[in-house]
Write a protein that binds this ligand. Structure first.
Ligand code: PMP
Length: 806
């Protein structure tokens, strides 16, 4: 090695030089001639160049199946195991480099994304000759396979006997590569760039090689539009060794680089003259037993050992040199590594020889040489993919960003660019005018001041999947279990967030449009969302008309919303001044239940109509029990009253309470607000499947309804005969509100003691002494009446009515 002692920084530039490629012009001319020959002769040219340059007489270029089949047997078991272990580490490190698809809404309605897509056709060059570098095939083949490159072809020079190293074939098989071409040097690169009968042209060429291969890759990139991994020159290492370094280790590292080839570059930096001397001694000692000592000796002749004042100077020199491999043989390697700005791959500490990275640790050994580490990275998974960007704008997005683009395009004088936006913006505004519903809704703005400001400001939720409607994409966006479900049915995928199938069927059945439907996890969810949609907590109020369904108040309380009460009359109708009172109210919504729960009666139609005309808030008509009544649904009046919301449920007449499916019907603009704030997947896949089937079986609904109504009639006949029954309120629902002559809570307890549970409503306004009895099966109804008779008999004989102890 040439030794330099404390050269001044001004003298570094000479020391930073790689040996000049003196014969470069001749190499370039020779490579061009080879390209011409391959272009003109195709496979025949490759065969003749194999004979001329590799001294191999070939009859065919492709490695045959028989050659593949014979390969493994020629690879010792120990080597096979070592290769397996190295492959696992390389796979692990490269698989971890995968990046998820990037997706960002840069502005409202402007969604940009970026996805990695494999390079489609790749050529891997594996040097052969004196040392077939099967490790290079691992380093290139593993990431190609992980990236999913559909076409992978390997070129490697044939041995003089026409064979290819069995280890290379063994590795190719491990990687699932079946196309191995017996071609080396510049002619292999020419074939990959231009294509021949046997070798299809590729999109990108990878792999190291001698100076002919390097020049050929550069020509392929410059003139044939082929990508290359990186410009490459002879391999090189720079070792920074301070006084903590072990001279034997350092010498071994330098020699491991020097044995690559006579043009290999080896640089040793130290701030200890003793270490420099000891390393020289060690090199001489180790060289003596090195099989490739001639090669290594030649390389060492142009290599340098440089004494520098301190760690900072060594680091500065190394960063200027930008070595392919950098070994930090010091105790404080981590700290030094933090200052590395230019290097292909860095090896830290005394126990980390470059050789581990060359073969088996997991990092790639295809690295930038000749100072290209200043701007190039080594081969990685990224080298085998392209990152494609995608974008999609909604109307909101185009309206927002369009004017920005118009301004910029006009300023650059690119009128056609500006027009690409303006024609679309113009189309959007005509579209908006042409939609009567939209104009009407905007003109009247029936929801002005009704929707909570935070909801107005919110973005509508959208699933990545919405973009793929009608397609079957690979769904890796929602962290589901791609393998399937535990249990008999497959529920591994999130359900349709828009519940299209049910909405279409329900819209048909109810004679409304699908966009007039919101489906909730029970109508209880719709009740909660209605409160949250309109009321700012701690500020707004709702109106309820007691006695009525309890969840209205629960939803208000949960949301810190005040409750105004407008009690029903003794016959459970709206009071005469209801419309007037509501007209003066600033409440955001009123809940009106018809047929009402727990009373069972329908609210007078005229009273509701006047409220719908006078109240400025939303009027929610809860029709949970409307299937049992004979009046038309309020859904038929939706077009007339934009602030009307009709609630229905599958829990009652449909007999599907277990599905938890409720419906809100309203004007599309109002439904759009529901969709904004609902949890994305609020209706489970099981519910969607079942409800869809139930909708198809809707005709059976009327039979069931008739049977339940017969049960109600039966109860209406038999309950009056029970002596403790004082009054049965008229019901249009599947339950009866019954007032008892005795303490209703005692009756309730006595029924419970007999295994019958009913609803105690005695504390509800206007319901003193009342229990609410659901119509059951004929047998259940009979049991209920019998139990009530029993209770009245006990009461009649003055028996103390206590609940049985058990
Ligand atoms: N509204 C009324 C009047 C109800 O009685 C009920 C349930 N008892 C509901 C809504 C809630 O029904 P769901 O099961 O759809 O949540």
């Amino acid at each position: 090695m040439q030794v330099y002692s404390n050269p001044a920084p001004s003298a570094w530039s000479a020391l930073l030089q790689r040996p000049a490629a003196a014969e470069a012009p001749q190499v370039a001319a020779r490579v061009r001639a080879i390209f011409d020959q391959v272009r003109a002769g195709g496979d025949a040219a490759l065969l003749s160049l194999a004979s001329e340059l590799d001294k191999a007489t070939l009859t065919r270029l492709l490695v045959s199946e028989a050659e593949f089949a014979a390969a493994a047997a020629q690879v010792p078991a120990e080597l096979q195991a070592a290769i397996g272990q190295a492959k696992a580490n390389i796979e692990a490190f490269h698989a971890a480099q995968r990046e998820p698809e990037l997706r960002l809404e840069t502005a409202p309605g402007v969604v940009c994304s970026r996805r990695a897509v494999p390079v489609q056709r790749v050529g891997l060059y594996v040097p052969g000759g004196s040392a077939p570098l099967f490790s290079t095939l691992l380093m290139l083949g593993v990431p190609a396979q992980l990236a999913g490159c559909p076409e992978v072809v390997v070129c490697t020079p044939p041995q003089p006997d026409g064979s290819v190293s069995p280890v290379i074939l063994f590795v190719a098989q491990l990687l699932g590569i079946s196309k191995v071409v017996k071609a080396g040097g510049a002619q292999a690169i020419a074939a990959l760039a231009i294509g021949t009968e046997t070798v299809a042209a590729v999109d990108k060429i990878f792999g190291p090689g001698n100076r002919y291969v390097t020049a050929a890759k550069q020509l392929a990139a410059a003139e044939f539009g082929v990508g290359i991994d990186m410009p490459a020159g002879p391999s090189e290492v720079l070792v920074i060794a301070d006084s903590s370094a072990n001279p034997a280790f350092v010498a071994a590292d330098l020699l491991s680089q020097a044995e690559h080839g006579p043009d290999s570059q080896v640089i040793l930096l130290s701030d200890s003259s003793l270490v420099l001397e000891q390393v020289q001694v060690e090199i001489t000692r180790q060289l003596a037993t090195l099989p490739r000592r001639d090669v290594a000796t030649q390389a060492l002749e142009t290599s340098r050992a440089i004494l520098l004042p301190d760690a900072a100077a060594m680091l500065a020199f190394s960063n200027q040199y930008a070595p392919e491999h950098l070994i930090l043989a010091t105790d404080n390697a981590e700290a030094l590594a933090a200052g590395v700005t230019n290097a292909g791959s860095v090896f830290l500490g005394h126990l980390t020889p470059e050789a581990v990275g060359d073969y088996a640790s997991g990092t790639n050994h295809t690295l930038p040489t000749s100072g290209y580490a200043r701007q190039y990275s080594g081969v990685s998974l990224d080298s085998f993919v392209k990152k494609i960007t995608f974008q999609r704008l909604t109307a909101v997005g185009l309206r927002g960003i369009g004017p920005v683009v118009e301004t910029m395009a006009e300023a650059e004088g690119l009128a056609a660019h500006a027009r690409a936006v303006s024609v679309r913006l113009a189309a959007l505004s005509t579209e908006a005018e042409a939609t009567p519903a939209a104009t009407e809704a905007t003109a009247a703005n029936p929801y002005a001041g009704l929707i909570r400001p935070s909801v107005e400001r919110m973005q509508a939720y959208s699933s990545a999947r919405d973009e793929f409607e009608g397609m079957a994409p690979v769904m890796l966006d929602a962290n589901e279990n791609s393998l399937g479900s535990v249990g008999p049915d497959d529920f591994s995928r999130y359900p349709d967030p828009h519940q299209r199938a049910i909405k279409t069927a329900l819209a048909k059945l109810k004679d409304v449009a699908p966009n007039q439907i919101f489906l909730g996890n029970g109508s209880d969810e719709a009740i909660d969302l209605l409160v949250r949609l309109t009321c700012t907590p701690g500020q707004d109020s709702i109106v309820i008309c007691p006695p009525t369904y309890g969840m209205y108040e629960v939803a208000a309380n949960l949301n810190d919303v005040r409750v105004e009460r407008l009690p029903l009359t003794p016959d459970f109708q709206l009071p005469a001044n209801a419309a007037q009172t509501l007209a003066a109210s600033t409440a955001k919504l009123v809940f009106l239940c018809s047929p009402n729960n727990p009373t069972g009666n329908l609210l007078a139609l005229e009273a509701l109509e006047t409220i719908l005309r006078s109240f400025k808030g939303l009027v929610v008509v809860d029709e949970a029990y409307a299937d049992f009544a004979d009046t038309p649904s309020w859904t038929t009046r939706l077009a007339e009253f934009p602030r009307l919301v009709v609630l229905q449920t599958f829990s009652k007449a449909w007999g599907l309470a277990g599905l938890r499916l409720g419906v809100a019907y309203a004007a599309p603009a109002l439904i759009a607000y529901f969709d904004k704030i609902k949890p994305p997947y609020n209706i489970s896949a099981a519910t969607q499947q079942h409800a869809h089937a139930a909708l198809a079986a809707a005709p059976s609904l009327s039979e069931m309804r008739a049977e339940l109504l017969a049960g109600r009639t039966w109860l209406l006949e038999h309950l009056p005969q029970v002596s403790i029954v004082e009054h049965i309120f008229p019901s249009d629902a599947n339950f009866l509100l019954v007032r008892f002559t005795m303490d209703a809570t005692v009756v309730y307890d006595q029924l419970q003691a007999r295994g019958i549970v009913v609803r105690n409503r005695t504390s509800q306004p206007g319901c003193a002494g009342c229990l609410r009895l659901t119509v059951g099966t004929p047998d259940e109804n009979t049991r209920l009446v019998a139990a009530l008779h029993e209770i009245s008999q006990l009461a009649g004989v003055g028996q103390p009515l206590v609940v049985a102890a058990e």
